[in-house]
Design a protein around this ligand. Structure first.
Ligand code: GDP
Length: 138
């Protein structure tokens, strides 16, 4: 199991001022922040990030949402990072997420679901490289 995962606080949660509370939960759960930035995805960048979903009916709406405002991107370090972080954020649909998960607490809907977490070690590496250069990692 890899030691790193990639996360993004999505535009809904950033706009509502949940960034500080979400970062606190992440750190209290034992993740170390190895990289962090506030940025905004262009529609082209959002489309590339979610390219695996391009055939899905919600793709255009997802790209529009993810480029609608700033996001907080981060690389997180912990043993078993990918799996443990997916547990911390909860199910994609907040209606199905367990109590006290970040999505249960802060998500609005299955699309506007507050936070992203990589779903495999391979995707974590790809997603970290998408956002961060070597000089931006600590
Ligand atoms: P994740 O790994 O839990 O983020 O879920 P997926 O990889 O399946 O989906 C990527 C993102 O697309 C989700 O986090 C949501 O923002 C969005 N999404 C997923 N399923 C749906 C859906 O059924 N409808 C809409 N509108 N958005 C969705």
């Amino acid at each position: 199991m890899g030691r790193f995962t990639f996360t993004m606080i999505k535009p809904d949660a950033f706009a509502k001022g949940h960034t500080g509370a979400i970062l606190s939960r992440i750190q209290e759960a034992g993740f170390r922040i190895a990289a962090l930035k506030l940025t905004r995805l262009s529609p082209e960048k959002a489309a590339a990030f979610y390219a695996v979903h391009r055939e899905r009916p919600f793709y255009e709406s997802l790209v529009q949402f993810m480029s609608s405002g700033p996001v907080v991107a981060a690389i997180l370090e912990k043993d078993n990072a990918v799996e443990d972080f997916r547990k911390l954020i909860g199910a994609t649909d907040p209606a199905k997420a367990e109590a006290n998960t970040i999505r249960k607490l802060y998500a609005e809907s299955v699309e506007r679901n507050a936070i992203h977490g990589s779903d495999s070690d391979e995707n974590a590496r790809i997603e970290c490289d998408f956002f961060f250069s070597a000089l931006e990692r600590f």
